[in-house]
Design a protein around this ligand. Sequence first.
Ligand SMILES: Cc1cc2nc3c(=O)[nH]c(=O)nc-3n(C[C@H](O)[C@H](O)[C@H](O)COP(=O)(O)OP(=O)(O)OC[C@H]3O[C@@H](n4cnc5c(N)ncnc54)[C@H](O)[C@@H]3O)c2cc1C
Length: 409
Amino acid sequence: MAEFTMELNDEQREVRDWLHGFAADVIRPAAAEWDEREETPWPVIQEAAKVGIYSLDFYAQQYFDSTGLGIPMAMEELFWGDAGIALSIVGTGLAAVGVLANGTEEQIGTWIPQMYGDPGDVKVAAFCSSEPDAGSDVSSMRTRAVYDQAKDEWVLNGTKTWATNGGIANVHVVVAVVDADLGSKGHASFIVPPNTPGLSQGQKFKKHGIRASHTAEVVLEDVRVPGSCLLGGKEKLDERLARARERVRAGGGERVKNAAMATFEASRPAVGAMAVGTARAAYEVALDYARTREQFGRPIIDNQGVAFQLADMRTSIDAARLLVWRASWMAVNGRPFTAAEGSMSKLFASETAKKVTGQAIQILGGNGYTREYPVERMHRDAAIYTIFEGTSEIQRLVIARTLSGMPIR
Ligand SMILES: Cc1cc2nc3c(=O)[nH]c(=O)nc-3n(C[C@H](O)[C@H](O)[C@H](O)COP(=O)(O)OP(=O)(O)OC[C@H]3O[C@@H](n4cnc5c(N)ncnc54)[C@H](O)[C@@H]3O)c2cc1C
């Protein structure tokens, strides 16, 4: 197990500088345009694929880095560039993590490469868990997967919503109910391969922020997938369901993680790192502006009212990064989140991003409120971090339940 460290090693520093260069030279200059267009920035994804940033290899290298700092460092730099474009680049990763967390080696080897495509023909993937009536409350999920034993196929029916890359993805990972009596413990994840009949895109959402990232409904009508598309395989599912039924019969007992939750637990510190990237970007713009903008014959940073805000902003950003790095190190090294450290990191970092980007607008005054300066966009973008992958209220619920051992509602 790697010791927890707050220092990037030489190799990590090199990767960070390379990512920062891409974020500064390719992502940031394109940010305003794709925010206005509200479309997936395919040319930027392609550029990222060409240099190796949009690839399975790159994320696997970061994901398996035993210091735990690979993924947060990468997320922070890319999201520093721009949140909407960066989400278009890393959104496929949520689906990939869904397969890594629940799939067999064969499924990982078959499907993850198809999620990314190749630099000459890039593809994206979508992870579809949320539904119109099942957001925070995943146990209300209605999408059903029924096994057709004669054909060894699963038949999926339902409507997913808020899916990043939903409908434009080459591969969709869909969470569905296989045993309605077991609530969220009766869920399983399925691969829906490219061009499977019955899967279509519903409404594409027009959003407040991260507008370069495609978010849409995914409609599943009698979607038939081979038995091999059940992540983890039938035998493992049957065993898991039998254990869950046994626990229900015994009146509860040890809690069982469901498939979607396993994905979210692994990805929460990564979302925290995205939020740190956006917060740091806005803080840097504000610091620069406060040093150069003069009022009353001196730079506005000469006023404690402005300088103290910047001091608070930087303090919160550094604290958020520390929580994210700790959680990420714990996750990679198999340390259990006994105090819900993953949720803590996501909660604090996302609330920090929302607050810091708002403070940045204030420091830029009228300019901060316009689209001539990037902090307005960063503030709109930051609002997503307290919503997706579990809202701030749900993170607090997870933390409070973990600390107290009580079923707090
Ligand atoms: C841009 C975007 C991208 C997304 N990408 C994906 C994706 O790729 N895949 C995917 O599956 N999902 C995705 N989501 C869905 C996202 O995870 C959900 O929006 C989120 O989980 C919240 O669900 P909801 O929107 O239904 O809100 P609701 O669950 O309806 O919550 C509404 C409000 O009630 C509060 N609330 C609910 N229950 C409680 C409680 N018990 N205690 C206190 N407060 C509570 C919430 O905190 C929130 O403030 C995305 C969402 C957005 C906006």
